[in-house]
Design a protein around this ligand. Structure first.
Ligand code: SAM
Length: 287
């Protein structure tokens, strides 16, 4: 089987199997070797690594991963791609393909069984319709992960990396940065994919923190506060938290907490750092 990663080989495989793209699965296959090398480099994959690939498609990135990793587990939802993957990956004995929805796989168990519970690397050209559930699922289920290097919509990559004061800063920035350090490794134009997506893309690497950068007594409250603050972006933090359905603090308690962490009553949520949200959560948790 030939190396994929260029338009000619990709078209040959698609024609051989009469494959039809499924839009509902976010299928945009990579056809640019430069980008493929960039992803593997950014992920820093070595012979020690167990790599989880989400959505291998016809196996283009998978081939690159198999060349560099100790073992690759590739989870693909579309059963029409399974016979193709058996063909395109036939030369590799270090890959297992699982035909399943990634959101239904017990990844903690998989890391335990396949890597003795040691941290794995996640590398993928993600299906964009489920970028956030996939990434937040990895974090929140405490899957042992060293890094997540993924192609995402450019706008999403920018939001993940944004800091306070930026228009792109929001709940996603804070959630991602609580668990990991983001780094945008490359911007990727539409013509690197087949079919061409409607949006620009970027490769982002999230290096998972050994310890979270902030300590907070009640993690759920921290994230409830963050979500409530950004749900009503134009409002002051005080009003945003006061109006939130799932928070039950009085206006006075909220005002006192904002004052206790040294912020002005008129402050907006988008001005707060992760550390300030954590301080606020600790004060309100003690109320
Ligand atoms: N890795 C290939 C490449 O770069 O050419 C394909 C990437 S394509 C953007 C996304 C892939 O994820 C598709 O193969 C699609 O079928 C698969 N996919 C979509 N939803 C999925 C899910 N819930 N679980 C596993 N795979 C999924």
């Amino acid at each position: 089987m030939a190396y994929l990663g260029n338009p000619k080989e990709t078209i040959a495989v698609l024609q051989k199997y009469g494959f039809n793209f499924q839009k509902k699965f976010g299928q945009n296959f990579l056809i640019d070797t430069h980008v493929l090398n960039k992803i593997v480099d950014a992920a820093g994959v070595t012979r020690d690594d167990l790599v989880l690939e989400i959505g291998p498609g016809i196996g283009t990135l998978t081939q690159y991963l198999c060349e560099n990793a100790r073992k690759v587990i590739a989870v693909e939802i579309d059963r029409n791609l399974i016979p193709i993957l058996q063909d395109t990956l036939s030369e590799y004995d270090n890959v297992t393909v699982i035909n399943e929805d990634i959101l239904k796989v017990d990844l903690v168990k998989l890391a335990q069984e396949e890597n003795g519970g040691r941290p794995i690397k996640v590398v993928a050209n993600l299906p964009y319709y489920i970028t956030t559930p996939i990434i937040m699922g990895l974090f929140e289920q405490h899957v042992p992960v060293e890094s997540i290097t993924v192609m995402v919509q450019k706008e999403v990559a920018v939001r993940m990396q944004a800091g306070p004061g930026s228009k792109d800063y929001g709940a996603l920035s804070l959630a991602v940065q609580f668990y990991a350090e983001p780094y945008i490794a490359a911007n990727v134009p539409q013509n690197c994919f087949m079919p061409r997506p409607d949006v620009s893309s970027a490769v982002i690497r999230l290096r998972v923190h050994d310890d979270p950068p902030v300590k907070v007594k009640n993690e759920k409250l921290l994230f409830d506060l963050i979500r409530a603050s950004f749900n009503q972006r134009r409002k002051t933090l005080q009003n945003g938290l006061g109006n939130a359905q799932n928070l039950h603090f009085t206006k006075e308690q909220i005002a006192a907490a904002i004052e206790a962490i040294g912020l002005a009553p008129s402050v907006r949520g988008e001005a707060l750092t992760l550390m300030q949200f954590a301080a606020l959560a600790d004060v309100l948790d003690a109320v």
